[in-house]
Each structure stands twice: as structure tokens, then as C-alpha cells.
Design a protein around this ligand. Structure first.
Ligand SMILES: [Zn+2]
Ligand SMILES: [Zn+2]
Length: 102
């Protein structure tokens, strides 16, 4: 994403005609018009699409058999799918300097 947009991190409540309502984070959050699930990131959305079809995110696994996606409830009360972090990844994230902190 090279587009520089003053509001790219703007958070707002977004809606879909199916009645879903979720917290939209810039251009990252995505609601699927096929299965009406909401995803926290474009990559999480893409992970549930296979050959033009929607897969149940609960059935997606990593190569080691661990769950790939998990849900959390956002501030709008929407069940949102996001990548499940492995304990190794969580540890790595904790060691990173805070990105975006000013
Ligand atoms: Zn879908
Ligand atoms: Zn929908």
C-alpha cells in the first residue's frame, strides 16, 4: 500500500445490507459479500477464499495443524476473524518497537 492518505487509519463504524455492523480500520477491515463474515485484514480475508468460493475460517489450519484464524468481538459488537498468532509470533511481536506510536 503506497497510497498516502491522511485518513488511512481512521476508524469508523461500517455497515452492510445484511445487517452486519463492524469497526472499519482504514482499508484493512473487510466484509465478505459472499459469506457475510468480517475480517480484520485483507490477508485474513484472502485466506478464506479458495477458487472463488468462501471457506469456513474455522476449518482453516496452518501446516502444523494449528488454527489459522480466530474470532474476536470488536467495539461494534461484530464477530471479526483475524489471524491467530502462534506463541512464537506473539513473543516476536512483543520484542518489536511499537509501530505508529508517536
Ligand atoms: Zn466469504
Ligand atoms: Zn454482509
Amino acid at each position: 500500500m503506497s497510497r498516502m492518505h491522511g485518513q488511512s487509519h481512521h476508524v469508523m463504524v461500517a455497515y452492510h445490507g445484511c445487517g452486519a455492523q463492524w469497526m472499519q480500520q482504514g482499508s484493512e477491515t473487510g466484509h465478505c459479500c459472499g459469506c457475510h463474515r468480517t475480517f480484520s485484514a485483507e490477508r485474513a480475508f484472502e485466506a478464506h477464499r479458495r477458487d472463488g468460493n468462501c471457506l469456513d475460517p474455522a476449518t482453516l489450519e496452518r501446516k502444523n495443524g494449528a488454527a489459522l484464524l480466530e474470532t474476536f468481538t470488536d467495539n461494534a459488537g461484530c464477530k471479526v476473524w483475524r489471524f491467530c498468532l502462534t506463541s512464537a509470533e506473539k513473543a516476536r511481536l512483543n520484542n518489536l518497537p511499537k509501530i505508529g506510536a508517536r
